[in-house]
Design a binder for this molecule. Structure first.
Ligand SMILES: [Zn+2]
Length: 135
């Protein structure tokens, strides 16, 4: 079982993106590194314009760039349901999937799942590499 580390800035971006898209579903790509015993999520990226504005279940993963730094996807559940749907699992892309459910208040509104829909434990890490005045 790999440890999953998610940067605080990733959690914040995810929650604010989900809020901005609400009541529509928002989709983000996760960038990071997969190591032997560790998955690190360092950045989020908004998918290409052509794939936005659709629900995740109709998200055409074949339109994504072939890019091995994309380690998974994140999307929001405006319904507030904090678990993956069957369609989500059928469209699983990468190593992990993050779901942020309404009301997107904190990391308690976020889950990380694997390709079978099993909830994975994760740790949120602070990123001190930025401007220290932000902290
Ligand atoms: Zn979903």
């Amino acid at each position: 079982m790999k440890r999953i580390l998610i940067k605080r800035s990733v959690v914040d971006s995810l929650l604010s993106y989900a809020k901005a898209c609400h009541p529509k579903e928002g989709i983000l790509l996760l960038r990071g590194k997969v190591k032997r015993d560790l998955i690190e999520v360092n950045e989020v990226e908004i998918p290409p314009l052509s794939v936005r504005g659709k629900g995740f279940s109709t998200f055409p993963t074949y339109m994504l760039p072939i890019d091995f730094s994309i380690i998974g996807t994140a999307h929001s559940h405006p319904s507030g349901v904090l678990s993956p749907s069957t369609a989500d699992l059928n469209n699983f892309y990468g190593r992990i999937m993050i779901i942020a459910a309404y009301p997107y208040r904190s990391e308690r509104d976020i889950i990380v799942v694997d390709g079978r829909g099993e909830k994975l434990n994760y740790e949120v890490i602070d990123d001190y590499s930025g401007d220290p005045s932000e902290y």
